[in-house]
Design a protein around this ligand. Structure first.
Ligand code: AMP
Length: 220
């Protein structure tokens, strides 16, 4: 089953994608997590990506396309995958269509997680994430606080604020989303696979709604 999530930074995509992928037992491919891992490991892709990520703008398409081509053709993805953060513009969406054609798979559902834009900045700047790269569970100081301040509920590791979640970069990331990624809603809306979910409420209620939508759209 091949699923794709769209949503502005701060919409809660990371939290929901992690849970949905676990529930459906498919790999969660988060472009942001993969890029941060590459930056940390100092790979060629990571070195190329870092300066763009530090400015809150998109990393060049060739880096993402090569990264996802490798992932999608791996045996881990044979039974499907959940894409989170890729594609992020029209050129990447077209490249994804070509990749899917090569591996003879279709996107079964595209979820657009929609959140009132006035809520996004607070959601992003209050976000904290687990530093354990095998965990990476996201929290929020106000909306989803950990049981023990500064520590992950799942594995106990310390929590951190991502460099690009700091206030000075947030406006840039939101503009990048509106200009380059939001047009994908229309791109996928032309097919009958787009499902819009209201991401304003409680994470638990949103998760329930998401699963129901995926069941009716793609028999998850
Ligand atoms: P995220 O964790 O999804 O918010 O991504 C963090 C940063 O990684 C973004 O601000 C971009 O700089 C970069 N990034 C993530 N996904 C992509 C993508 N598909 N294309 C280009 N850059 C990306």
């Amino acid at each position: 089953m091949q699923i794709l999530f769209l949503g502005a930074p701060g919409a809660g995509k990371g939290t929901q994608c992690k849970r949905v992928a676990k529930q459906l037992n498919i790999p969660h491919l988060s472009s942001g997590d993969l890029l941060r891992e590459a930056v940390k490991a100092g790979t060629e892709a990571g070195v190329k990506a870092k300066s763009f990520m530090d400015q809150g703008v998109l990393v060049p398409d060739d880096v993402l396309i090569a990264m996802f081509r490798d992932k999608l053709s791996s045996s881990d993805c044979a039974k499907g995958f959940l894409l989170d953060g890729f594609p992020r513009n029209l050129a990447q969406a077209e490249a994804l269509d070509a990749m899917l054609k090569e591996i003879k798979k279709d996107l079964l559902c595209v979820v657009d997680l929609k959140v009132d834009p006035s809520l996004l900045t607070e959601r992003i700047t209050g976000r904290r994430v687990c530093t354990n790269k095998a965990c990476l569970t996201p929290f929020h100081i106000k909306f989803q606080p950990p049981a023990k301040e500064g520590h992950c509920d799942t594995c106990g590791s310390t929590l951190m604020t991502r460099d690009d979640d700091k206030e000075e970069l947030v406006a840039k990331r939101l503009t990048t989303y509106n200009e380059q990624t939001a047009p994908l809603i229309e791109y996928y809306g032309k097919r009958s696979i787009l499902k819009t979910i209201n991401g304003d409420g409680e994470p638990e209620a949103i998760f329930t709604e998401l699963l129901a939508a995926l069941q009716s759209k793609c028999h998850a």
